[in-house]
Design a protein around this ligand. Structure first.
Ligand SMILES: [Zn+2]
Length: 608
């Protein structure tokens, strides 16, 4: 809207400038000669006849997901009675379908038929209506319009909507008091790449004399530009599969190709069909989505920043290694007087064992070595040392793309949060806070917040041993590649050797005795590296998290899963992640995990 307005304003301005140039013949634009001085010119704007076609949206294997096509709409009579039985017979729908389709189209549950209702029809159904020409059911109106048509139900927050077609949704959202909240965040690639998808018409700006002869131009001509196709990084089949695993649950799954930063699957659950927000006959479904307590319209992976829980031990370990606060061979006692340990396990004699058992006291002591270290120059001033150490920890952790937006190609992205020394000075009301009062950072709890994009990117960084390309959804625009910023490699402040030191522990997590050993894919020859996390939640059941990548020695996929109120990470999030890995790397699920897969899908359907 705003860009269209600006464009209009600019051309009006140009027109005024053009007219001003005409009335002061001493300074003509273009190429008039001295003899033309007394001729008055008229500024014209000529619109070239070609109308650009809006580009299509395709997945990474070039299957078309969204395109502008004719859509058939059947307008039901505004006043009852409506013979629904006859309508059903005419369209070949049973009575349940007729009732459901009308209910879905009504803008709020209390609305009754009588409110003007439109139904989307298939081409075959539209033909039946045309042939009948109102003989069986009078007062039906069939219209055909060019609209964005979705060929898939999957990927709703990725595909988004064409703003012009989403106006009824915006009005509904405003009425429920959630307009601003939702509108700004669900537009997907349709909104983000709107100008490129749309293309634009060509314009000429001639200066004409009274005889219609052109004397130069009063503004730069604009060449016609066809709408560009968007080639997504998304794998439509993997996306649909991942949506079936999360379905009606609450949480997210993000899968990346770590080598490129390309997003392979992006699930925000509860999921809803992609066409819902713009379809003329889905007002009833939209009303439910807007009121739903699980907030399905919240674009979770980009907008929700959560405490990462134990998966953050990976970042802390990498930073501690880089700063020389620990070595891979460092052992710590599982001293439960420091912090409780949920797992019963032997003493972790190395970083690998600490990760394998996800030992809380181990990582308490890892970060204590970082924060309480007093350099020689500050022997007396432990307060200053702690401030400097926390600031340094934060600088290294930030290099993972945390506490700032990653710059993904989405309308909005949350930055997440890593606390600063000043934050604690204020929150603890003293500069004299100690490690004891901030130790929850060591196990990824407390003030620290990461988005789903950042969680998946963190797994990709470890997979790459220290670098990443920003996660993105579009790998090709027309015949060109992605936006230039997605081809610039970013490096963390941590040496690759210190990332390599994390991998044995992550592999051990999915081996016998590890916190996610049941999710091993060893039977199909895939070594998965991962980390589980259980995030304490004061308001209900704990959240479950998992990040990982596979194959461990040559990573092709990195996945982050977060399930709200789901209990232990090992029993909830890890299976979803490894099923997506297996599907992507092998194309199918081994018989051994079929029952498991079914159980997860059933749970997803029931929303718990
Ligand atoms: Zn322990």
């Amino acid at each position: 809207m705003r860009t269209a307005y600006n464009r209009w304003k600019k051309s009006l301005l140009a027109l005024l400038v053009g007219l001003a140039a005409c009335s002061s013949p001493d300074q003509p634009t273009g190429t008039p000669t001295a003899q033309d001085v007394r001729i008055r010119y008229t500024a014209r704007r000529v619109v070239l006849p070609d109308v650009p076609q809006r580009g299509r949206i395709l997945d990474r294997h070039d299957s078309v997901l969204v395109a502008t096509r004719p859509q058939f709409l059947l307008q039901l009579p505004g006043r009852p009675p409506l013979d629904t039985l006859a309508l059903g017979l005419l369209l070949g729908w049973d009575s349940t379908t007729v009732r459901r389709r009308i209910a879905e189209a009504l803008p709020y549950p209390a609305a009754r038929p009588g409110y003007p209702v439109q139904l989307r029809l298939t081409k075959a159904e539209a033909e039946r209506i045309r042939r009948d020409s109102s003989a069986t059911v009078p007062r039906l109106t069939l219209t055909e319009r060019q609209r964005r048509v979705y060929t898939t139900g999957a990927g709703a927050p990725v595909l988004g909507y064409l703003s012009a077609e989403a106006q009824p949704f915006f009005r509904q959202a405003r009425r429920t008091g959630r307009g601003r909240f939702y509108r700004l965040r669900n537009g997907g690639v349709e909104t983000y790449y709107n100008g490129l998808l749309n293309g634009h018409r060509g314009y000429l700006h001639p200066l004409l004399d009274a005889k219609g002869q052109q004397h130069g131009t009063w503004a730069k001509d604009t060449a016609f530009q066809q709408g560009q196709d968007l080639h997504l990084t998304l794998d439509a089949k993997l996306q649909a599969y991942a949506e079936k695993l999360l379905g009606g649950r609450k949480g997210y799954l993000v899968a990346l190709d770590p080598r490129t930063g390309e997003i392979l699957a992006y699930v925000s659950a509860p999921v809803y069909p992609a066409a819902t927000l713009t379809a003329p006959d889905q007002a009833g479904v939209r009303a439910e989505l807007l009121e739903h307590e699980d907030m399905p319209l919240l674009n979770r992976p980009a907008m929700l920043a959560n405490p990462p829980g134990s998966v953050f031990k990976l970042v802390n370990a990498a930073v501690a290694l880089q700063l020389g606060a620990i070595s891979p061979a460092t052992g710590f006692r599982c001293d439960q007087s420091l912090v409780s340990c949920v797992h019963d396990h032997p003493k972790p004699k190395s970083l690998t064992a600490g990760l394998k058992y996800s030992c809380n006291p181990y990582f308490y002591q890892v970060l204590r070595n970082v924060i309480d270290h007093v350099p020689d120059s500050l022997t007396q001033d432990t307060v200053a040392a702690r401030h400097a150490n926390l600031a340094r920890w934060r600088r290294y952790a930030r290099s993972f793309g945390l506490d700032s937006v990653l710059g993904a190609d989405m309308p909005r992205e949350a930055p997440g949060f890593l606390p600063t020394p000043a934050y604690y000075d204020k929150a603890r009301r003293t500069r004299g806070w100690t490690y004891r009062s901030i130790y929850s950072l060591s196990i990824g709890q407390g003030e620290i917040n990461l988005t789903g994009l950042q969680m998946a990117n963190m797994a990709a960084i470890i997979a790459n041993r220290g670098w990443y390309y920003p996660p993105h959804l579009v790998r090709g625009i027309g015949k060109n590649g992605p936006l230039p910023r997605f081809t610039v490699k970013r490096h963390t402040l941590i040496d690759s050797a210190n990332f390599a030191a994390l991998v044995p522990g992550m592999v051990a997590v999915l081996q016998r005795g590890g916190t996610a050993d049941a999710s091993s894919l060893a039977d199909v020859g895939i070594t998965v590296a991962g980390k589980t996390g259980t995030v304490e939640n004061d308001e209900g059941d704990d959240h479950a998290a998992f990040v990982g990548f596979a194959p461990a020695d040559n990573p092709k996929i990195a996945v982050a899963v977060y399930l709200e109120n789901a209990g232990f990470g090992a029993t909830a999030a890890a299976p979803c992640a490894v099923l997506v890995m297996e599907k992507y790397l092998r194309g199918s699920i081994a018989p051994k995990r079929k029952r498991w897969e079914k159980r997860i899908q059933n749970r997803a359907r029931n929303g718990y």
